[in-house]
Design a protein around this ligand. Sequence first.
Ligand SMILES: C[S@@+](CC[C@H](N)C(=O)[O-])C[C@H]1O[C@@H](n2cnc3c(N)ncnc32)[C@H](O)[C@@H]1O
Length: 336
Amino acid sequence: MDATIVPKMQKHYPVLLKEIISVISPQHGGTFIDCTFGQGGYTKKILDFNNTKVIALDRDIESEKIANQLKENFEDRFIFKNIKFSQLTNLKLKNENIRGIIFDLGYSYTQIKDPQKGLSFDANGKLNMQLGLNTFSAEDAINKLDEKELEKIFKFFGDEKEAKYIARNISKERSKYKIDTKSLVEIIDKSKKRKNFKVHNATKVFQALRIFVNKEISELIFGLINAAKVLKKGGILGVVTFHSLEDKIVKYFFKSLSENKSISRYSPILEQADTLFNLTQKKPIIPSDYEVTKNPPSRSAKFRYAIKKTDFYNFDTDVEEQFRNYIEIENYGDKL
Ligand SMILES: C[S@@+](CC[C@H](N)C(=O)[O-])C[C@H]1O[C@@H](n2cnc3c(N)ncnc32)[C@H](O)[C@@H]1O
């Protein structure tokens, strides 16, 4: 869990690029959906192959600038939409031969450097954490949610052992003044009995707030479900995660849909497969030592993928029920 410290590197590196391209095989052509366009690292590589098309999404409107430059060269093969990936099925995709859908979760180097986004502990940054298309900020959450709700956010999304004391101290302090990035870091520092000298004291709380503000768990769950719907038979669904909760969800989704009968036996299609996915690679693919040296934040990346066995659109999954408590915590934000 590195998250919120501004990395010392100076440039954006697309994580596991070589490995992902080798898995999705764009050399065979087809349409690919890059659900997290960012700086366009994956999209550009896919477009290098002539018979491909990319539909790219990003919730951050800043990505549109890079997308517009790319459109100048690939007008007929590249589309960008400023939407959240949970909204994937709102796109008109019926006639697209979707061969691959990729998610590279989290945020980019450019975003963490931006003080307006306030993703880091930098005292000059706003207590914001909105990646785009949000309805409230981290400042709203910290200053308005109940103490018990804050505790759950820190505990479940940050695995913060001292969630209770931190939430209690936030609740005390905010009755005296409005909490900003600087004061939040100070409150966390004072509340932590167990100091960690390897990572910043505020790392876990900041990660938890970012997940909460961007509803990252709900986004991932509904993004995966919708991606699995629109993918064509033989197509690849691939996800790069950066922390254990994300990875747990992706692992569960792929495992359950490759082991459990997820397709109704009343399906109208004859000789229908009864599981949705083929999971040829059970273990995640991780970056090489060379990549980690070049790009240290890549060290926590894990890439998992599965191959869709059928064109079937409606399938059964209990992923939402399995992770319901996380979705319920994210829904505290609805009242803000
Ligand atoms: C790690 S970066 C992707 C970097 C990209 N693969 C590249 O090579 O340039 C993650 C991107 O996903 C976007 N993002 C995060 N959650 C999203 C969501 N729910 N819907 C759409 N975009 C999202 C962020 O705004 C960010 O630009």
